[in-house]
Design a protein around this ligand. Structure first.
Ligand code: F0G
Length: 467
């Protein structure tokens, strides 16, 4: 017998109170934060959907594992547990622990990158791109063309364009390619999955050209769920086996353990090639820590080893993907424009379409982020012209291709009634849609402005409302 309610497959042992702010309080909190929810204190937030990174609730098993943490500087038992968990999962022999994903990226891409080098990816995550560009190399995104249409339904919108990949490897010369990076799932492309067949083609192209193939695997378990449910031939393969098969195609992997390893801090780099591992290890020791702890405590390594097992649990993954889908489906049915199909870790709302009367230079995404906070204390993040916008010589905004707002779902943290509440907040958003106004930037730093920029609401609604 099957039930349509998919319950959280866990009970709550330890709770964290939420301060239930009033709308009046939120108006003053947001003002103090210069209308940038990144600047809010966490206790001013009711439901925090800013990120799924480092925000997971750990299991009782993980917490008890932390008590076993071996804090030895060298040769810690906890390190050996973490190393074994990664060896078993990835099949990659050389593992380097790091304090989070971007530390692994810095080490690998500083080693592989240089002026004149080029990297290809379905989409480089922003820290990935930043680390590659910092090395002097170029990072080129080549997702399949279907990924660019937010409404188009495609089972594997996270795929890389393999025809273009072959053309570009030839154009730049295989000797100049630092690596091909598949990000699974594709975070910057809407949390969309990558198919096994796409990964296989990438692997074949890379082997033929003797180019390194790296997996950014921070959401590999979620990606495996989509493969089992959407790709023929994998219906009866376990999520873990699917992940293992994908790892077997790659030469290395980078993981921010803050996602699918279900921990609050941690990461790793794993590679096949011993000489590459050696070069990376030197950088690791200089900047992160000795090779048996990286930037991690023994207890963190225990939690990672356990989390990497737990994340492949059938009931967990079903609940995880279905609960994200549940939010997305309800919003879609209500008439909120979202990116389709719904991804694994987040729902992306198309704010430009939601607010056609707010011009792009008045930041419709920021307007929605502020509305969500004011109306319900829900924190989200703008992924649009605030985050990626640039200026031309006349200081006119060059907008991002889309103005999205990401509602990222922390793992094992919120229950269905929290999600129902978010859905109700969106009903209010829809009701006040035409009255919602845009924002202007009153202060911005030179780099990564979305974290610290100041905004002010524009008083008047511009008369560009489409009928
Ligand atoms: N790669 C991907 C695909 C990511 O999503 C992230 C982080 C990283 C690498 C970097 O890992 O944060 O541990 O240094 N994504 C977070 C997010 C920040 O909110 O999506 P990190």
């Amino acid at each position: 017998m099957t039930y349509k309610t998919i319950i959280e497959p866990f009970k709550i042992k330890s709770v964290e109170p939420i301060y239930m702010s009033t709308e009046k309080e939120r108006i003053s909190f947001l003002k103090k934060a210069h209308n940038n929810p990144f600047q809010l204190n966490s206790e001013e937030v009711i439901i925090d959907l800013l990120t799924d990174s480092g925000t997971s609730a750990m299991s009782a098993h993980q917490w008890s594992g932390m008590m076993q943490g071996d804090e030895a500087y060298a040769g810690s038992q906890s390190w050996r547990k973490m190393e074994k968990a990664i060896n078993d999962l990835t099949g990659l022999e050389h593992v380097l622990p790091t304090h989070q994903g971007r530390a692994a990226e810095r080490i690998l891409y500083t080693t592989l990158g240089d002026k004149g080098k080029v990297f290809f990816s379905n989409t480089h995550f922003d820290t990935t791109r930043a680390n590659i560009e910092f090395s002097g190399a170029e990072a080129i995104d080549i997702p399949i063309s279907e990924s660019k249409d937010p409404q188009l339904i495609h089972p594997f919108k996270g795929n890389i364009d393999t025809t273009l990949l072959e053309i570009l490897i030839k154009k730049y010369g295989p000797e100049n390619v630092g690596a091909v990076i598949l990000t699974v799932t594709n975070n910057s492309g809407g949390g969309q999955p990558v198919s096994m067949s796409n990964a296989k083609t990438v692997s074949t192209i890379c082997r033929k050209n003797k180019v390194l193939f790296i997996l950014d695997c921070c959401r590999i378990a979620e990606n495996s769920y989509f493969i089992q449910h959407r790709e023929s031939g994998y219906e009866n393969t376990s999520y873990r086996k699917i992940a293992q098969e994908m790892f077997s195609l790659a030469d290395g992997a980078i993981m921010s353990a803050k996602k699918d390893a279900l921990v609050n801090m941690g990461g790793f780099l794993a590679v096949k090639d011993p000489s590459l591992a050696e070069a990376c290890r030197s950088l690791l020791i200089i900047t992160e820590g000795f090779s048996t702890y990286g930037g991690l405590s023994g207890r963190d390594m225990e939690a990672i080893a356990i989390g990497l097992e737990e994340v492949f649990d059938d009931d967990y993954l079903k609940y995880r993907i279905r609960s994200t889908e549940y939010l997305g489906e309800k919003l879609h049915r209500m008439g909120i424009p979202i990116m389709l199909p719904i991804g694994g870790h987040a729902v992306y709302v198309d704010a430009r379409t939601l607010y056609p009367h707010i011009p792009v230079d008045e930041y419709p995404g920021q307007a929605l982020v502020c509305e969500l906070y004011l109306k319900g204390g829900v924190r989200s993040v703008e992924v649009g012209s605030v985050m990626f916008g640039k200026y031309d010589e006349q200081h006119k905004l060059i907008p991002a291709p889309m103005d999205l707002v990401r509602l990222a779902i922390p793992r094992r943290v919120y229950t269905q009634s929290h999600i129902e509440y978010v859905i109700e907040v969106f009903e209010k958003i829809l009701r006040d849609r035409d009255k919602t106004i845009g924002y202007k930037i009153t202060y911005e730093p030179q780099y990564l402005r979305h974290f610290t920029a100041h905004f002010e609401p524009l008083k008047k609604i511009k008369s560009t409302i489409k009928q």
